[in-house]
Design a protein around this ligand. Structure first.
Ligand SMILES: Nc1ncnc2c1ncn2[C@@H]1O[C@H](COP(=O)(O)OP(=O)(O)OP(=O)(O)O)[C@@H](O)[C@H]1O
Ligand SMILES: [Mg+2]
Length: 347
């Protein structure tokens, strides 16, 4: 078990592609950190630098207070789980689990003990004598997890380990990984671009944008107080609605609404918009026309456009009965506003 520290870490590929532009982060012992961000923002690069699979152009990475910049992956006491888990096809599950330990000259009875323990935790005991091809995708992914667990590393590094699985299995494995990580209390870095995974797995979430940290915090902190418009629109589904002040985007401010002078953009979450039938009071108001209604089960997402054509999304419970083409008034309360300045920083 170990802390992981990144100190002004940078990665330049081929002399001119700056993939990581100075990232500093302290990861506590036993903490689960999730890295999220759009494709190409540097998540895998950062993880691979911690793993030792990519060189570190400048800055320092420490694991358990030891500088690891110059250490080979095998010397860093970490275990990685990838999307592509590549089990050895000719070996049984038991042999796959034992392989890494044998290479490290772990005594046989210790290997057996660890395999029994991991197989029980992952509920793969019935499959220990099977070959990988005789397993389902989820079972294989659990074996890949098992291979990491039996090593008892100082840290787990995950790069989109569930993205090959179907939706239902992803949810199951997500819960499983969370439970295991908690009970083992092994420091972990988990890369995903799946919002739900990020929100549910993380002790703290790190949002990366073009090689830089945009914000670090607990999932709910990021949801309730996004530091920038980037985080505001990245975290949350459907995305937060943003409207520029001053431009007539079809939203009218109520005369008694007072906003700070430096506020340039208002953000409103889809759940904070109310249909203003019977004149529900609010700080902003818009007449909109419904463009699409997505019924997703317990609720519906209504996609509408204001008079000037700006899109707005809001949520309503269940089968709303709202029809495409329908017009309605929307309103939102100022206490629910997220305000940002002209540079996109939270006010
Ligand atoms: N070997 C390489 N040589 C040059 N550029 C690279 C190399 N590997 C990655 N990059 C670039 O570095 C940036 C970060 O890539 P990275 O793979 O870390 O992104 P990511 O956040 O993991 O994206 P995704 O969600 O698509 O997996 C990208 O712009 C990518 O094109
Ligand atoms: Mg990646």
């Amino acid at each position: 078990m170990a802390r992981i520290e990144l100190k002004d870490v940078r990665k330049v590929y081929g002399g001119n592609i700056e993939a990581i532009k100075g990232v500093s982060l302290d990861i506590e012992d036993g903490e689960m950190i999730v890295l999220v961000g759009p494709s190409g923002c540097g998540k895998s690069t950062l993880l691979r630098m911690v793993a030792g699979l990519e060189g570190i152009s400048s800055g320092e990475v420490t694991i358990a207070d030891k500088r690891v910049n110059e250490l080979e992956p095998a010397e860093r006491d970490i275990a990685m789980v990838f999307q592509n888990y590549a089990l050895y096809p000719h070996m049984t599950v038991r042999q796959n689990l034992a392989y890494g330990l044998k290479n490290r000259n772990t005594p046989k009875d210790e290997i057996d003990r660890r395999i029994t323990e991991a197989a029980r935790a992952l509920e793969i005991e019935p499959f220990l004598e099977r070959k990988p091809r005789q397993l389902s995708g989820g079972q294989r992914q659990r074996v890949a997890m098992g291979r990491a667990i039996v090593r008892k590393p100082a840290a787990f590094l995950f790069d989109e380990p569930l993205s090959n699985l179907d939706a239902k299995l992803r949810v199951q494995m997500r819960v499983e990984i969370r439970r295991l990580q908690r009970s083992l209390a092994t420091t972990s870095i988990y890369v995903t671009h799946d919002q739900m995974e990020a929100m549910t797995l993380a002790d703290r979430l790190v949002v990366l944008n073009a090689g830089r940290i945009e914000q670090v915090g607990t999932p709910i902190e990021l949801y309730e107080k996004p530091a920038t418009t980037f985080v505001a629109t990245f975290i949350g589904s459907p995305s937060m609605n943003l409207m520029k002040l001053g431009e007539d985007a079809g939203w009218k401010m109520s005369p008694d609404a007072r906003l700070p002078n430096n506020a340039a953009t208002i953000g409103i979450r889809p759940e904070d918009i109310v249909i203003a039938n019977g004149n529900v009071p609010g700080a902003v108001r818009a007449e909109v026309q419904v463009a699409a209604v997505e019924l997703v089960g317990a609720e519906s997402y209504v996609h509408a456009v204001t008079a000037d054509g700006s899109p707005v999304v809001f949520r309503v419970p269940g089968r709303s009965g709202i029809q495409i083409g329908e017009t309605m008034a929307l309103t939102a309360d100022a206490t629910r506003f997220h305000l940002f300045d002209a540079a996109g920083k939270r006010v």
